[in-house]
Design a protein around this ligand. Structure first.
Ligand code: GTQ
Ligand code: FE2
Length: 317
Protein backbone atom coordinates (compact mmCIF):
# COMPACT_ATOMS: atom_id res chain seq x y z
CA UNK A 1 0.00 0.00 0.00
CA UNK A 2 1.33 3.40 -0.86
CA UNK A 3 -0.90 6.09 0.57
CA UNK A 4 -0.20 9.55 -0.78
CA UNK A 5 -1.90 11.30 2.11
CA UNK A 6 0.17 12.08 5.19
CA UNK A 7 -1.39 11.31 8.57
CA UNK A 8 -2.27 14.41 10.54
CA UNK A 9 0.48 13.96 13.14
CA UNK A 10 -0.31 17.31 14.76
CA UNK A 11 -3.76 16.06 15.68
CA UNK A 12 -2.43 13.16 17.82
CA UNK A 13 -3.67 13.48 21.41
CA UNK A 14 -1.67 10.52 22.80
CA UNK A 15 1.36 8.35 22.11
CA UNK A 16 -0.85 5.47 21.01
CA UNK A 17 -2.52 7.72 18.44
CA UNK A 18 0.92 8.74 17.19
CA UNK A 19 1.98 5.05 17.01
CA UNK A 20 -1.14 4.25 14.94
CA UNK A 21 -0.29 7.06 12.54
CA UNK A 22 3.28 5.79 12.24
CA UNK A 23 1.87 2.48 10.93
CA UNK A 24 0.41 4.40 7.96
CA UNK A 25 3.88 5.55 6.93
CA UNK A 26 5.47 2.15 7.72
CA UNK A 27 7.62 3.43 10.58
CA UNK A 28 8.19 2.07 14.08
CA UNK A 29 8.86 4.15 17.12
CA UNK A 30 12.29 3.53 18.67
CA UNK A 31 11.31 4.61 22.20
CA UNK A 32 8.82 1.94 23.22
CA UNK A 33 10.05 -1.22 21.51
CA UNK A 34 8.74 -4.55 22.86
CA UNK A 35 12.34 -5.85 23.04
CA UNK A 36 15.45 -3.67 23.30
CA UNK A 37 17.69 -3.63 20.25
CA UNK A 38 20.81 -2.99 22.30
CA UNK A 39 21.66 -4.79 25.52
CA UNK A 40 24.58 -4.83 27.95
CA UNK A 41 26.14 -8.13 26.88
CA UNK A 42 25.65 -10.99 24.38
CA UNK A 43 22.35 -12.88 24.51
CA UNK A 44 22.93 -16.59 24.79
CA UNK A 45 20.61 -17.74 22.02
CA UNK A 46 22.42 -21.03 21.31
CA UNK A 47 23.12 -23.57 24.03
CA UNK A 48 26.11 -25.81 24.74
CA UNK A 49 25.66 -29.26 23.21
CA UNK A 50 27.41 -32.61 22.82
CA UNK A 51 27.03 -35.20 20.05
CA UNK A 52 28.49 -38.71 20.15
CA UNK A 53 30.35 -40.24 17.22
CA UNK A 54 29.02 -43.67 18.13
CA UNK A 55 25.42 -42.42 17.60
CA UNK A 56 26.33 -40.69 14.33
CA UNK A 57 28.24 -43.69 13.08
CA UNK A 58 25.38 -46.11 13.74
CA UNK A 59 22.85 -43.74 12.11
CA UNK A 60 25.08 -43.16 9.07
CA UNK A 61 25.69 -46.88 8.69
CA UNK A 62 21.93 -47.34 8.35
CA UNK A 63 21.67 -44.28 6.07
CA UNK A 64 24.22 -46.07 3.89
CA UNK A 65 21.54 -48.68 3.20
CA UNK A 66 18.71 -46.18 2.65
CA UNK A 67 20.31 -43.08 1.07
CA UNK A 68 22.45 -43.12 -2.07
CA UNK A 69 25.00 -40.47 -3.05
CA UNK A 70 23.29 -40.30 -6.44
CA UNK A 71 20.09 -38.99 -4.88
CA UNK A 72 21.49 -37.07 -1.93
CA UNK A 73 24.18 -34.48 -2.60
CA UNK A 74 25.84 -35.60 0.64
CA UNK A 75 25.06 -38.37 3.14
CA UNK A 76 25.43 -36.21 6.22
CA UNK A 77 23.93 -35.62 9.64
CA UNK A 78 23.51 -32.05 10.85
CA UNK A 79 24.42 -31.18 14.43
CA UNK A 80 21.62 -28.64 14.85
CA UNK A 81 21.80 -26.73 18.09
CA UNK A 82 18.86 -27.99 20.21
CA UNK A 83 17.01 -24.68 20.58
CA UNK A 84 13.39 -24.15 19.48
CA UNK A 85 12.96 -23.44 15.77
CA UNK A 86 16.52 -24.31 14.78
CA UNK A 87 17.18 -27.16 12.39
CA UNK A 88 20.61 -26.31 11.08
CA UNK A 89 23.22 -24.13 12.81
CA UNK A 90 25.39 -25.71 15.52
CA UNK A 91 26.41 -22.25 16.76
CA UNK A 92 25.39 -18.95 15.20
CA UNK A 93 28.04 -18.89 12.42
CA UNK A 94 28.97 -22.56 11.99
CA UNK A 95 27.49 -25.96 11.32
CA UNK A 96 29.05 -29.28 12.18
CA UNK A 97 28.01 -32.49 10.40
CA UNK A 98 29.03 -36.14 10.31
CA UNK A 99 29.37 -37.60 6.82
CA UNK A 100 29.89 -41.10 5.45
CA UNK A 101 30.94 -42.30 1.99
CA UNK A 102 30.76 -46.05 1.53
CA UNK A 103 33.60 -48.20 0.27
CA UNK A 104 33.80 -47.83 -3.52
CA UNK A 105 31.38 -44.90 -3.56
CA UNK A 106 31.72 -41.38 -4.96
CA UNK A 107 30.05 -38.14 -3.82
CA UNK A 108 30.03 -35.84 -6.86
CA UNK A 109 31.92 -32.55 -6.98
CA UNK A 110 30.37 -29.16 -6.37
CA UNK A 111 31.47 -25.72 -5.25
CA UNK A 112 29.86 -23.13 -3.03
CA UNK A 113 30.46 -19.79 -1.36
CA UNK A 114 30.58 -21.25 2.17
CA UNK A 115 34.02 -22.37 3.38
CA UNK A 116 34.39 -25.95 4.58
CA UNK A 117 36.81 -28.23 6.36
CA UNK A 118 36.79 -31.91 7.30
CA UNK A 119 38.12 -33.88 10.25
CA UNK A 120 38.67 -37.51 9.36
CA UNK A 121 37.44 -40.12 11.85
CA UNK A 122 37.71 -43.30 9.79
CA UNK A 123 39.80 -42.80 6.67
CA UNK A 124 42.19 -44.68 4.44
CA UNK A 125 45.03 -43.81 2.10
CA UNK A 126 42.69 -44.74 -0.78
CA UNK A 127 39.83 -42.54 0.39
CA UNK A 128 40.05 -39.02 -1.05
CA UNK A 129 38.54 -35.62 -1.00
CA UNK A 130 39.11 -34.24 -4.49
CA UNK A 131 39.84 -30.50 -4.30
CA UNK A 132 40.09 -28.77 -7.70
CA UNK A 133 41.05 -32.06 -9.36
CA UNK A 134 43.65 -33.14 -6.78
CA UNK A 135 42.86 -36.27 -4.80
CA UNK A 136 43.85 -35.66 -1.18
CA UNK A 137 44.10 -38.81 0.97
CA UNK A 138 41.99 -38.79 4.12
CA UNK A 139 43.66 -40.59 7.00
CA UNK A 140 42.47 -40.81 10.60
CA UNK A 141 42.80 -37.48 12.41
CA UNK A 142 43.63 -35.48 9.28
CA UNK A 143 42.17 -32.01 8.79
CA UNK A 144 41.32 -30.99 5.20
CA UNK A 145 40.30 -27.59 3.87
CA UNK A 146 37.96 -26.75 1.02
CA UNK A 147 37.97 -22.94 0.90
CA UNK A 148 34.99 -21.24 -0.76
CA UNK A 149 34.89 -21.52 -4.53
CA UNK A 150 37.02 -24.70 -4.75
CA UNK A 151 35.34 -27.63 -6.45
CA UNK A 152 35.31 -30.61 -4.12
CA UNK A 153 33.96 -34.14 -4.08
CA UNK A 154 34.63 -37.35 -2.20
CA UNK A 155 35.93 -40.58 -3.70
CA UNK A 156 36.29 -43.63 -1.49
CA UNK A 157 38.40 -46.19 -3.37
CA UNK A 158 39.19 -48.09 -0.17
CA UNK A 159 37.67 -51.30 1.17
CA UNK A 160 35.95 -49.69 4.14
CA UNK A 161 33.34 -46.99 4.66
CA UNK A 162 34.83 -43.57 5.40
CA UNK A 163 33.49 -41.35 8.20
CA UNK A 164 34.38 -37.77 8.94
CA UNK A 165 33.15 -34.46 10.35
CA UNK A 166 32.42 -31.41 8.19
CA UNK A 167 32.49 -27.83 9.44
CA UNK A 168 31.04 -25.07 7.27
CA UNK A 169 30.24 -21.38 7.73
CA UNK A 170 26.85 -21.90 6.04
CA UNK A 171 24.80 -20.24 8.85
CA UNK A 172 26.89 -17.08 8.44
CA UNK A 173 26.46 -17.11 4.65
CA UNK A 174 22.71 -17.65 5.05
CA UNK A 175 22.53 -14.68 7.40
CA UNK A 176 24.63 -12.34 5.24
CA UNK A 177 23.10 -13.49 1.96
CA UNK A 178 25.92 -14.26 -0.53
CA UNK A 179 25.02 -17.93 -1.08
CA UNK A 180 26.13 -19.62 -4.30
CA UNK A 181 26.21 -23.33 -5.09
CA UNK A 182 27.07 -25.11 -8.31
CA UNK A 183 27.47 -28.77 -9.30
CA UNK A 184 30.63 -29.58 -11.27
CA UNK A 185 29.97 -29.71 -15.05
CA UNK A 186 31.38 -33.27 -15.14
CA UNK A 187 29.45 -34.21 -11.94
CA UNK A 188 32.32 -36.47 -10.86
CA UNK A 189 35.39 -34.31 -11.49
CA UNK A 190 38.37 -35.93 -13.20
CA UNK A 191 41.27 -36.49 -10.84
CA UNK A 192 44.52 -35.03 -12.18
CA UNK A 193 46.84 -36.21 -9.38
CA UNK A 194 46.98 -37.81 -5.96
CA UNK A 195 48.59 -35.30 -3.63
CA UNK A 196 49.17 -36.30 0.01
CA UNK A 197 51.22 -33.09 0.44
CA UNK A 198 48.45 -30.71 -0.60
CA UNK A 199 48.49 -27.48 1.42
CA UNK A 200 44.78 -28.21 2.03
CA UNK A 201 45.76 -31.20 4.20
CA UNK A 202 47.02 -31.10 7.77
CA UNK A 203 48.15 -34.66 8.41
CA UNK A 204 47.55 -36.01 11.93
CA UNK A 205 50.89 -37.85 11.79
CA UNK A 206 52.67 -34.52 11.19
CA UNK A 207 50.84 -32.09 13.47
CA UNK A 208 50.64 -34.30 16.56
CA UNK A 209 54.44 -34.61 17.06
CA UNK A 210 54.78 -30.86 16.46
CA UNK A 211 52.11 -30.15 19.06
CA UNK A 212 53.55 -32.57 21.63
CA UNK A 213 57.15 -31.39 21.37
CA UNK A 214 56.08 -27.78 21.77
CA UNK A 215 57.40 -26.33 25.04
CA UNK A 216 55.32 -23.15 25.19
CA UNK A 217 51.95 -23.15 26.91
CA UNK A 218 49.01 -20.91 26.06
CA UNK A 219 46.38 -20.54 28.79
CA UNK A 220 47.93 -23.54 30.56
CA UNK A 221 47.89 -25.97 27.61
CA UNK A 222 49.84 -26.78 24.49
CA UNK A 223 47.84 -25.09 21.78
CA UNK A 224 48.81 -24.87 18.08
CA UNK A 225 47.08 -23.34 15.08
CA UNK A 226 46.75 -25.47 11.94
CA UNK A 227 47.66 -23.07 9.14
CA UNK A 228 48.36 -21.46 6.77
CA UNK A 229 46.32 -21.47 4.65
CA UNK A 230 43.73 -19.67 6.73
CA UNK A 231 40.07 -19.10 6.09
CA UNK A 232 38.58 -15.67 6.80
CA UNK A 233 35.66 -16.90 8.84
CA UNK A 234 36.94 -19.69 11.09
CA UNK A 235 40.19 -21.01 12.49
CA UNK A 236 41.40 -24.36 13.79
CA UNK A 237 43.63 -25.09 16.75
CA UNK A 238 44.82 -28.38 18.20
CA UNK A 239 45.21 -28.69 21.96
CA UNK A 240 47.10 -31.29 23.95
CA UNK A 241 45.95 -32.19 27.46
CA UNK A 242 47.85 -34.50 29.79
CA UNK A 243 45.96 -37.08 31.85
CA UNK A 244 43.87 -35.25 34.48
CA UNK A 245 44.81 -31.85 33.13
CA UNK A 246 42.12 -29.17 33.30
CA UNK A 247 41.81 -26.40 30.72
CA UNK A 248 39.61 -23.54 31.87
CA UNK A 249 38.31 -21.16 29.22
CA UNK A 250 36.84 -17.72 29.91
CA UNK A 251 33.70 -16.67 28.13
CA UNK A 252 34.44 -14.95 24.84
CA UNK A 253 32.43 -13.51 21.95
CA UNK A 254 33.84 -16.27 19.70
CA UNK A 255 31.74 -19.37 19.00
CA UNK A 256 33.54 -22.67 19.43
CA UNK A 257 33.15 -26.21 18.15
CA UNK A 258 35.36 -29.00 19.50
CA UNK A 259 36.23 -32.44 18.16
CA UNK A 260 37.93 -35.08 20.28
CA UNK A 261 40.80 -36.36 18.14
CA UNK A 262 42.21 -38.60 20.85
CA UNK A 263 41.49 -39.50 24.48
CA UNK A 264 38.57 -39.29 26.86
CA UNK A 265 37.39 -36.72 29.37
CA UNK A 266 34.62 -34.29 30.19
CA UNK A 267 33.60 -30.69 29.69
CA UNK A 268 31.82 -28.58 32.28
CA UNK A 269 29.69 -25.73 31.09
CA UNK A 270 27.09 -23.88 33.19
CA UNK A 271 26.51 -26.78 35.57
CA UNK A 272 26.27 -29.36 32.77
CA UNK A 273 28.87 -32.10 32.27
CA UNK A 274 29.50 -33.67 28.87
CA UNK A 275 31.53 -36.88 28.97
CA UNK A 276 33.28 -37.43 25.67
CA UNK A 277 35.45 -39.79 23.69
CA UNK A 278 37.18 -39.84 20.30
CA UNK A 279 35.09 -38.49 17.43
CA UNK A 280 32.58 -36.66 19.63
CA UNK A 281 31.64 -33.07 18.85
CA UNK A 282 30.85 -30.20 21.24
CA UNK A 283 29.25 -26.82 20.61
CA UNK A 284 30.26 -24.06 23.01
CA UNK A 285 28.46 -20.92 21.83
CA UNK A 286 29.75 -17.45 22.63
CA UNK A 287 29.64 -16.15 26.20
CA UNK A 288 29.77 -19.52 27.92
CA UNK A 289 32.60 -20.10 30.37
CA UNK A 290 33.68 -23.73 30.14
CA UNK A 291 36.41 -26.10 31.25
CA UNK A 292 37.70 -29.34 29.80
CA UNK A 293 39.20 -32.12 31.87
CA UNK A 294 41.14 -34.93 30.24
CA UNK A 295 40.88 -38.39 31.78
CA UNK A 296 43.81 -39.65 29.79
CA UNK A 297 46.21 -38.07 27.30
CA UNK A 298 43.94 -36.11 25.00
CA UNK A 299 44.05 -34.11 21.78
CA UNK A 300 41.22 -31.72 20.98
CA UNK A 301 40.57 -29.77 17.82
CA UNK A 302 38.90 -26.39 18.29
CA UNK A 303 37.16 -24.65 15.39
CA UNK A 304 36.01 -21.10 16.09
CA UNK A 305 34.86 -17.88 14.46
CA UNK A 306 37.51 -15.89 16.34
CA UNK A 307 39.06 -14.60 13.05
CA UNK A 308 35.72 -13.08 12.17
CA UNK A 309 35.35 -11.47 15.59
CA UNK A 310 38.89 -10.11 15.34
CA UNK A 311 38.37 -8.78 11.83
CA UNK A 312 35.32 -6.87 13.05
CA UNK A 313 36.99 -5.74 16.28
CA UNK A 314 34.42 -7.68 18.33
CA UNK A 315 36.73 -10.12 20.09
CA UNK A 316 36.08 -9.70 23.79
CA UNK A 317 36.52 -11.84 26.86
O1 GTQ B 1 31.05 -32.52 1.72
O2 GTQ B 1 30.79 -30.91 0.33
O3 GTQ B 1 28.19 -31.63 5.58
O4 GTQ B 1 28.80 -29.22 0.75
C1 GTQ B 1 27.49 -29.99 4.03
C2 GTQ B 1 27.64 -29.38 2.80
C3 GTQ B 1 29.28 -31.49 3.50
C4 GTQ B 1 30.49 -31.46 1.38
C5 GTQ B 1 28.31 -31.03 4.38
C6 GTQ B 1 28.64 -29.83 1.93
C7 GTQ B 1 29.44 -30.91 2.27
FE1 FE2 C 1 30.47 -29.03 -0.28
Amino acid sequence: MNSSTQPDFDSAQSLSELHDMLDQVRMKNGWAKPTPSLYPEPKKKFVPAHWRYQDAKAALHTAGRLVSTEHAERRNLIMANPIPGNDYASVSTLVGAYQMVKAGEVARSHRHSPNAMRVILQGDENAYTVVDGQAIPMLDGDVLLTPNGCYHGHDNQSEKDAYWIDFLDVPLVQFLGPMFFQIHPQQVENTTAINPNSEMRFAFKDFVPKLLTQTEQTSGVKLMELGPPRLCTFDRFVISLAANQVWSCEKTTANHMFVVLKGTGSTQVEGQTFTWQRGDMLAIPSWYEHSHQAREETILLRVSDLPLMKMLNWDRF
